[in-house]
Design a protein around this ligand. Structure first.
Ligand SMILES: Cc1cc2nc3c(=O)[nH]c(=O)nc-3n(C[C@H](O)[C@H](O)[C@H](O)COP(=O)(O)OP(=O)(O)OC[C@H]3O[C@@H](n4cnc5c(N)ncnc54)[C@H](O)[C@@H]3O)c2cc1C
Length: 415
C-alpha cells in the first residue's frame, strides 16, 4: 500500500492524479478463511484490523450485504465521548476515545477526529444531580469531565439560550476531549488498512445462512456461494437478531430506526457538541457548515432506514427553545438507521452457544464512538476465545443472571 503523504499529494497534483491506487481491493471470495466477519460497518472492519494488527490473524474475510460503511456507520451523527457512568462502560468507551486520538496516524488515513468538546446540558435539578454523580464517577475512572456553570456554558456556546422558557440551563457535564470524527473516513480507513494486510472485503455479499456441525460453525451461505470458516464474528448491528436466528440462538436485542437530520450549511457558529437530554435533541456543526441534528428512535420495531415528518417536527420543536436561531434555518436532508437496542442500553461482546462463533452488537444509538475500542476487544475475543478485561462484563449471560450495566441515563438522548 502506498502511503498517503504531503509528497504523494504534490506528486499526484503534478501528474493529474492518475497514480492513486484503489484504496481497497474487491476480490471474489475464497472457499474458506480462518475468520469470517459478517458486517463491514465500523465495528466489523475494526475487528478485522485489530485481528491482523494485534494478533497476526490475516486470513480474514469481511462480508457485507451492501456497501462498506453503508449501515449505521455512514448514518450517524459522529459524536465521540466516554462520559459514561458505569465502570465497564467508561473503560471501553475511554479506550476507544483514546484510540481515536491517534487513529489518523495509525491508519494513515485522515479520520478528521475533532476533539472540540461535548457538553450535556442539565436542565432539571434531577439532571444536575445525575451529572454531578457522573462527573465524580468519571474522576475515579480516569475520564476527564467536569460539571460547569451556566455562565461557562454560554461562554463555550454563545448561540445557546440558557434562559429557556421551560427548561433554563442549570449547568452541564463537559468533556473537553470529546468531539466528532468523519464517519465514512473511519470505515474507509479501516477498510484500506485491512485490504493492505491481505484481508478480503467482499461487498454485495449477503449472508443467508450459517452452517454448523457438532456445536461449531463450519461456514456461511451467502449470495456469492458457500464460504467455509474456522471462526465466525457476527457484527451486524440492527440485523443481529436476524443473523443470530440463522445461527440458531436468540438475542435480547430489539431493532428500531433512529433518525437524524442536517440543515443547510451556514457560517461557523458553534464549535462544541451540545446534547440536551431533557428537551431531547442534540446538535453540532459539520466542517461543511451544516447543523447536524440528532433526534430519537421510532417507538416501534422496524427495519426501514428512513426518516419521518413526525421526527423532524418533534426534534426541531424541542431544540428551538434551546437554539432559537434554528427557527430560521432550512433543513436539507433527513435519514434513519436501524439500531440494536439492549434492555440496559449497553453492548454485547460475547461468546455464543456455538463454540467458534462470537457476537458484537447492542451498541444501539451510541456505537460510532466505540468503534476502535470495540474492534480491539472483539478481535481479542475471537483470537483467544476468551474475553479481555475490557469486554468481560459485556457477555450475553448478564441478561440471564441480572448483571445489568445500566446506561439508560448516559444513553438518554441517544449517542
Ligand atoms: C441516526 C443515527 C445517529 C447516530 N449517532 C451516533 C453518534 O452521534 N455517536 C455514536 O457514537 N453513535 C451514533 N449512532 C450509532 C452508531 O451509528 C452505531 O452504533 C454504529 O455505527 C454501529 O456500527 P456497526 O459497525 O456495528 O453497524 P453498521 O455500520 O450498521 O454495520 C453493520 C453492517 O452489517 C451489514 N449486514 C447486516 N446484515 C448482513 C448480512 N446478513 N450479511 C452481510 N452483511 C450484513 C449491514 O449492511 C451493515 O453494513 C447513530 C446511529 C444512527 C442511526
Amino acid at each position: 500500500m502506498k502511503r498517503y503523504s504531503l509528497f504523494a499529494i504534490a506528486r499526484e497534483a503534478l501528474t493529474h492524479h492518475q497514480g492513486w491506487e484503489r484504496a481497497w481491493r474487491s476480490p471474489a471470495p475464497k472457499p474458506g478463511y480462518d475468520v469470517v466477519i459478517i458486517g463491514a460497518g465500523g465495528h466489523g472492519l475494526a475487528t478485522a484490523y485489530y485481528l491482523g494488527r494485534n494478533h497476526g490473524i490475516r486470513n480474514v474475510a469481511i462480508l457485507e450485504k451492501g456497501w462498506l460503511g453503508g449501515g449505521n456507520t455512514g448514518r450517524n451523527t459522529t459524536i465521540i465521548r466516554s462520559n459514561y457512568l458505569q465502570d465497564p462502560s467508561a473503560a471501553i468507551y475511554e479506550k476507544s476515545r483514546s484510540l481515536y486520538e491517534t487513529l489518523s496516524q495509525d491508519l494513515n488515513f485522515n479520520v478528521m477526529f475533532s476533539p472540540r468538546g461535548v457538553m450535556m446540558l442539565a436542565q432539571t435539578h434531577h439532571e444536575v444531580r445525575g451529572y454531578l454523580r457522573t462527573a465524580h464517577a468519571n474522576a475515579l475512572q480516569g475520564v476527564v469531565t467536569e460539571f460547569i456553570s451556566p455562565a461557562r456554558v454560554k461562554e463555550l456556546c454563545p448561540i445557546l439560550n440558557i434562559d429557556g422558557p421551560r427548561y433554563p440551563v442549570l449547568g452541564a457535564l463537559w468533556q473537553p476531549r470529546g468531539g466528532t470524527g468523519r464517519h465514512d473516513a473511519v470505515a474507509w480507513g479501516y477498510a484500506r488498512a485491512c485490504s493492505a494486510m491481505g484481508m478480503d472485503i467482499i461487498q454485495q455479499c449477503e449472508v443467508t445462512g450459517v452452517r454448523s456441525e457438532n456445536g461449531k460453525v463450519t461456514g456461511v451461505e451467502t449470495t456469492k456461494g458457500h464460504i467455509g470458516t474456522g471462526k465466525l464474528g457476527i457484527v451486524v448491528a440492527g440485523h443481529s437478531g436476524q443473523v443470530a436466528q440463522m445461527a440458531g440462538f436468540r438475542l435480547p436485542v430489539e431493532s428500531m430506526a433512529l433518525q437524524a437530520l442536517v440543515s443547510e450549511p451556514i457560517k461557523p457558529c458553534m464549535d462544541v457538541v451540545v446534547m440536551a437530554n431533557t428537551v431531547h435533541g442534540y446538535m453540532s456543526q459539520s466542517d461543511k457548515g451544516e447543523m447536524v441534528i440528532g433526534g430519537g428512535t421510532d417507538g416501534f420495531n422496524n427495519y426501514t432506514q428512513r426518516g419521518s415528518f413526525q421526527h423532524i417536527e418533534e426534534t426541531l420543536r424541542a431544540l428551538i427553545e434551546t437554539f432559537p436561531m434554528l427557527s430560521r434555518l432550512k433543513m436539507l436532508r433527513q435519514w434513519g438507521g436501524i439500531v440494536d437496542m439492549t434492555g440496559d442500553r449497553s453492548p454485547i461482546i460475547s461468546k455464543t452457544p456455538l463454540g467458534n462463533c462470537f457476537i458484537n452488537c447492542g451498541w444501539g444509538t451510541g456505537g460510532f464512538k466505540a468503534i476502535p475500542g470495540s474492534g480491539w476487544a472483539m478481535a481479542e475475543l475471537i483470537a483467544k476465545g476468551e474475553p479481555s478485561p475490557l469486554a468481560a462484563a459485556f457477555d450475553m449471560g448478564r441478561f440471564r443472571e441480572g448483571r445489568f450495566i445500566d446506561e439508560s441515563v448516559a444513553a438518554g438522548v441517544a449517542h
